[in-house]
Design a protein around this ligand. Structure first.
Ligand code: 13P
Length: 263
């Protein structure tokens, strides 16, 4: 069975003190979340060390939002994967559309970053997604397929087994416009089909998360789709109640299915 995952991408928000409080609140409320749902939080770099102290020994995983594309050396301002692993990160978000758009991250650079992260034992949360104009032109399947092939097809099956994919339509990020469950499901199924072309049955084991204006009110409908294995949450991850509320959706879905099978 695929892992259910709800990951919070805090982006460039909160001070260290606020971040520590938010992490404490997530840990405190995490008991409400079903045991088969993995919670992950991704604070800014500056917060990782104190937040690692908060989540240590709990079920909440720690992720960074990026990493360098080099192992070490004279790269001012960059943070290497061994530094992230050393501070307690188990995950790293890579290929977020904001990194691709504002910081010129190319697929070639992402191949380097993904491989470096994997070599350090970190699991990349690898983001893909089309822009508004690409969807309007009916090119969303093509764009997402390219992003998968250009980066993930460079991996061995052993490497791929440690990847989490996040489908985040750019037009849905921070806009309040969520993809409908049908739109998200059809593209998640397509991503899995493309992965199966290269990796065969392993594609069934890969968690594919949805991201883009996901909130407690729409998570249930999205997560009930067969190929949506959780969410990568932006704005709603900045409030512990909302973040946990999204993860608790899995509990409601399993209750619903139990009741249906009973009837
Ligand atoms: P929002 O949930 O704020 O739309 O952000 C999604 C996202 O970009 C997570 O990485």
């Amino acid at each position: 069975m695929r892992k259910h995952i709800v990951a919070g991408n805090w982006k460039m928000n909160t001070t260290v003190a606020e971040g520590v409080e938010l992490a404490k609140a997530v840990v405190e409320h995490s008991a409400q979340v079903p045991a088969d749902v993995k919670l992950i939080i991704a604070p800014p770099f500056t917060h990782l060390y104190p937040v690692a102290e908060v989540v240590k020994g709990t079920a909440v995983g720690l992720s960074s939002q990026n990493c360098a594309d080099k192992e070490k050396g004279a790269y001012t301002g960059e943070v290497a994967v061994n530094m992230l692993a050393g501070v307690g990160c188990e995950y790293v978000i890579l290929g977020h559309s904001e990194r691709r758009e504002y910081y010129g991250e190319t697929d070639a650079k992402l191949v380097e970053k993904v491989k470096l992260a994997l070599a350090q034992g970190l699991s990349p949360i690898f983001c893909i997604g089309e822009k508004k104009e690409e969807r309007e032109a009916g090119r969303h399947f093509e764009v997402v397929t390219e992003q998968v092939k250009n980066v993930l097809f460079e991996l061995t099956p052993e490497q791929m087994a440690n990847i989490i994919v996040a489908y985040e339509p750019v037009w849905a990020i921070g806009t309040g416009l969520t993809a409908t469950a049908e739109q998200a499901q059809e593209i998640h199924a397509e991503i899995r089909k493309v992965l199966a072309e290269k990796f065969g049955e392993l594609a069934e084991e890969i968690s594919i998360l949805y991201g883009g204006s996901c909130k407690p009110s729409n998570a249930k409908e999205l997560f009930a789709c067969p190929d949506i294995d959780g969410g990568l949450i932006g704005g709603a991850a900045l409030k512990a109640e909302d973040f946990i509320g999204i993860a608790v959706s899995f509990l409601l879905i399993s209750c619903y299915f139990k009741v249906c099978s009973f009837l």
